[in-house]
Design a protein around this ligand. Structure first.
Ligand code: SAM
Length: 273
């Protein structure tokens, strides 16, 4: 049974880091006139309330998006900021999950395939996109469902972007992901991709990142670190492995979130921050 609930973490520093990079990737890929297919294996419910009891309980949104916006710490040219404002409209306590952020940036001719396994989260997501003809929502395991539909057949666009954003609550998820990414890249070579991972003091991400980077020189890592690992009880940083998007788009130094110890393509301990 899945117990992870993203409501507690929506708008956290890690969420914003992932969403800023997702928006950069989508803004870049939608400069090309041909349609794009956005596929997400772990979608969540797509929309969150920053004033919900769950968000208030952890205070992660308050330390995350609320602080980053108040201190003007997100570059004004970030595609993320424009999409966030469009999504929020008059209600700045609403926060877009990655499917909503993507739907804001994607064009009329693009498509979205969204997987979510948790029944309640899936139901909310399904309702949210009921009237958006670009979107298909699947109640299934995204790591099984997406490969079955690859390579995409017309009318789905050939070009794509995949976001893999697991909750890492099941034993073996870190170990299974390198193989999943390898198969995905083989079956859909026309897709770019982003894989988010938590940076926790147990450092379980390190072996996974090393294994995935071993697949090819085109795989890049972008990490945002806000605490020293030994000082952290929970997350000390957020990481994204990406491929198919130029490193300069993802690592542009004018587009960093400057509140953190560091962010960018360098790894913890690197001298070149
Ligand atoms: C980190 S949350 C997703 C957050 C979302 N990507 C965002 O940024 O707004 C992970 C979600 O994956 C769901 N989930 C867990 N395992 C899954 C699987 N194998 N297939 C599809 N969804 C899964 C969980 O129920 C949870 O809603």
């Amino acid at each position: 049974m899945l117990s992870y609930q993203h409501m507690y973490h929506a708008g956290s520093l890690a969420d914003v880091h992932k969403h800023v990079l997702l928006a950069r990737a989508l803004a870049h890929l939608t400069r090309d006139a041909s349609p794009l297919l956005y596929a997400e294996t772990h979608s969540g419910r797509g929309r969150y309330n920053l004033d919900s009891p769950e968000a208030r309980k952890t205070g992660e949104a308050s330390a995350g998006i609320d602080t980053l916006l108040r201190d003007k710490r997100i570059g004004k040219d970030e595609a993320y900021l424009a999409a966030l404002k469009r999504f929020q409209g008059q209600n700045n306590r609403l926060y877009p999950g990655s499917p909503s952020l993507a739907a804001q940036i994607l064009r009329r001719e693009d498509m979205l395939w969204l997987w979510e396994l948790h029944p309640r989260e899936h139901a909310v997501l399904q309702r949210l996109f009921d009237r958006d003809k670009r979107v298909q929502v699947f109640h299934a395991d995204g790591t099984l469902g997406l490969p079955l539909r690859l390579p995409p057949k017309p009318p789905a666009p050939k070009r794509g972007l995949v976001l893999i954003d697991p909750s890492y609550e099941l034993k073996g998820e870190y170990d299974a992901l390198p193989n999943f990414v390898r198969r995905l890249r083989q079956r859909w070579p026309h897709a770019a991709g982003l894989l988010w991972y938590p940076m926790l003091p147990a450092m379980r991400h390190e072996a996974m990142v090393a294994a995935i980077r071993g697949h090819g020189a085109d795989l890049q890592v972008h990490e945002a670190v806000w605490s020293e690992p030994y000082a952290a009880r929970g997350l000390f940083g957020s990481g994204v492995i990406h491929w198919g998007i130029p490193a300069r788009v993802m690592a542009d130094p004018t587009f960093t979130i400057p509140t953190l110890l560091h962010s960018g393509t360098s790894r913890v301990g690197d001298a070149s921050l």
